[in-house]
Ligand binder design. Structure first.
Ligand SMILES: Nc1ncnc2c1ncn2[C@@H]1O[C@H](COP(=O)(O)OP(=O)(O)O)[C@@H](O)[C@H]1O
Ligand SMILES: [Mg+2]
Length: 265
């Protein structure tokens, strides 16, 4: 699945654009983007990210590539459009707090695998590009699974079972983190000072990965950022990498690095 990015003219206020996004959210209607040509390799089901006012704002699915022979009227806005090529998008809009992208118009490929950030938190978009070895390692996973996030040492994918994710180590430290987390989870589970997300090592696509239960990550950038409302132990987890499991328990999901106060060896 490829990702593309299109620019929306600043002359359309974002508030108006949001109304159109809401109209197509249930997939009953589509949004059209006029383009001079369809980029090579663009297919329905690919992701289409939007740039508005110099920043990547989110993505939605491409549902069709239409070459309209005649003038036609848009069902969403009532606007008249000339004959031409249109990239059609529909369904839920997935907002991201994306990177800056200025100075281009039109359509281009979005190298999201090198930039996609966990939960779209802005400072994490700055992760450097992948080495050729890391790209080769990730390629089969990117083909097969949806990328959920990338940390400094691991890339995280949605497993087939929606209750589980896969952590693929990108560095030696990522491999150590996978091993350590599997040991800690097995030994302590959710019963000691810092409750750990369930996880275990497994081989997927010929690579040893950490299978971990999916959690809804707590986003430190979310306002209101009131650490006071979270239990005391979260301060011992590096960068408050905690989230809610399917039973609603708050657990740590990245627990390679814990403060000494947490008392783990
Ligand atoms: N169990 C999980 N459920 C859902 N998302 C996760 C889970 N674990 C990690 N993620 C996402 O993937 C990102 C990278 O994973 P993380 O374990 O933090 O890797 P790293 O060790 O490289 O920092 C996280 O920031 C988070 O957004
Ligand atoms: Mg992390």
């Amino acid at each position: 699945m490829a990702s593309w990015v299109i620019t929306i003219p600043k002359t359309t206020p974002w508030s108006q654009y949001q109304k159109e996004l809401a109209t197509v959210a249930d997939s009953s209607q589509v949004m059209n983007y006029r383009t001079r040509y369809f980029p090579k390799g663009m297919k329905p089901k690919d992701r289409c990210y939007l740039v508005h006012d110099g920043r990547v704002r989110g993505w939605m699915a491409i549902v069709g590539l239409v070459d309209a022979p005649n003038e036609w009227t848009c069902t969403t806005t009532g606007q008249r459009w000339p004959a031409g090529k249109y990239i059609q998008r529909s369904g839920k809009f997935h907002p991201v707090d994306g990177p800056e992208m200025t100075g281009f118009r039109g359509v281009r490929k979005f190298e999201w695998m090198t930039t996609l950030a966990p939960q779209g938190t802005r400072q994490l978009w700055t992760r450097g590009p992948l080495s050729p070895e890391q790209e080769a390692l990730l390629e089969p996973f990117l083909e097969r699974y949806e990328l959920l996030g990338r940390g400094g040492h691991r890339a995280v994918f949605q497993a087939d079972d929606p209750g589980w994710i896969l952590k693929v180590a990108l560095t030696p430290r990522g491999r150590v983190a996978n091993e350590l987390e599997s040991v800690r989870s097995l030994r302590y589970g959710k019963t000691s000072r810092v409750p750990f997300a369930d996880c275990h090592l497994s081989t997927v696509l010929g690579t040893e990965v950490l299978m971990m239960e999916w959690v809804q990550p707590y986003n430190i950038m979310d306002p209101p950022c009131c650490l006071g409302e979270l239990p005391e132990w979260v301060q011992w987890v590096d960068f408050v990498q905690v989230g809610w499991d399917n039973q609603g328990n708050l657990v740590a999901y990245d627990f390679e690095r814990l403060a000494e106060e947490a008392g783990y060896k």
